[in-house]
Design a protein around this ligand. Structure first.
Ligand code: FAD
Length: 263
């Protein structure tokens, strides 16, 4: 079974994020980035499914679309235990929206002949949560989103989805597109052995031409959405401190909560 994990390289959420002034796109050059934390659950799911099926009959490939530094997202997946990586890298991809990203991913997944495609539930930068569904539509494959438990037996995939009041278990047949939530598992840390082994694993870099795509199908000019304005978040102001020197603190607190409609 060929399992492909779509994994995104995102700017580190704990560092400063900037937008390019010329086109309001995220400044991805020269910023620290990493494999989107939510995609670690997808990598873990793929590895667990492979291990449960016996290591000979499974192969996990990490697929990313992004600038040069995005190779780090692939590397992290390989260090965790994936077998191979594919990085779609092409200058024309800059400024692509989720629609174009799904087109590139779908073309790459078709080329990889994936049986099971695993996504995270959303990226920690774009956060649209739409790419898995778009890719499944493009590939004509069933999609189950936000899975929290996944098992594969033969051609049958069972996925549990947890709602607020009930859980449901859905059964599907391979090939299938899946996204997993942050409740799915506890992603493993790369071991020293994993880090060393990753250096020898095959990583292919594909251009748009390798996917039979042209520059005018992707990038900012073909995007269906455009960021028209970017405003810095206002600085945080000091909160109200309620003291209780004379016993009036509780009443003051109730007044504050009620004025702000918290009560
Ligand atoms: C090279 C490049 C440059 C871009 N530049 C900008 C920019 O400057 N400004 C801007 O606003 N938008 C940019 N985008 C587009 C934006 O990041 C897309 O909206 C995004 O790729 C898809 O949306 P999302 O991450 O919010 O998807 P979601 O639907 O939130 O993500 C769901 C899942 O899809 C998978 N996934 C999503 N994106 C990728 C990917 N690229 N590779 C592999 N798996 C993925 C992951 O598994 C993820 O967990 C760029 C995209 C690329 C590829």
């Amino acid at each position: 079974m060929k399992i492909v994990v779509c994994a995104k390289f995102v700017p580190d959420a704990t560092a400063d994020r900037r937008f390019r002034s010329e086109d309001n796109t995220v400044d991805r050059a020269g910023v620290d980035g990493l494999l989107s934390e939510l995609d670690e659950y997808a990598v873990e799911t793929a590895l667990t499914v492979k291990e449960a099926g016996g290591s000979e009959d499974g192969e996990v490939t990490v697929l990313t679309v992004g600038p040069e530094q995005a190779a780090d997202a692939v590397k992290k997946g390989l260090q965790m235990g994936a077998d191979a990586g594919v990085h779609v890298l092409d200058d024309a991809i800059h400024g692509s929206d989720a629609v174009a990203t799904s087109l590139i991913l779908a073309k790459a997944l078709a080329k990889l002949e994936a049986d099971l495609v695993v996504f995270g539930m959303g990226s920690t930068d774009g956060g649209m949560g739409v790419v898995p569904a778009m890719v499944s539509e493009r590939l004509g494959l069933p999609a189950v989103t936000l899975g929290s438990e996944v098992t594969v037996e033969g051609q049958t995939v069972r996925i549990r989805r947890d709602g607020d009041t009930a859980s449901e278990t859905i059964e599907g047949t391979l090939p299938l597109v899946l996204s997993v939530s942050d409740q799915a598992n506890e992603p493993r840390y790369p071991s020293f052995k994993g880090i060393m082994a990753a250096k020898k694993k095959p990583v292919e870099t594909w251009s748009l031409a390798d996917l039979e795509l042209t520059a005018d199908q992707v990038g900012g000019s073909s995007a269906w959405t455009e960021v028209v304005e970017v405003t810095a978040r206002p600085a945080r102001t000091a909160g109200t401190i309620v003291t209780d020197d004379d016993g009036s603190g509780a009443a003051e607190l109730v007044e504050f909560l009620s004025t702000n409609k918290f009560l």
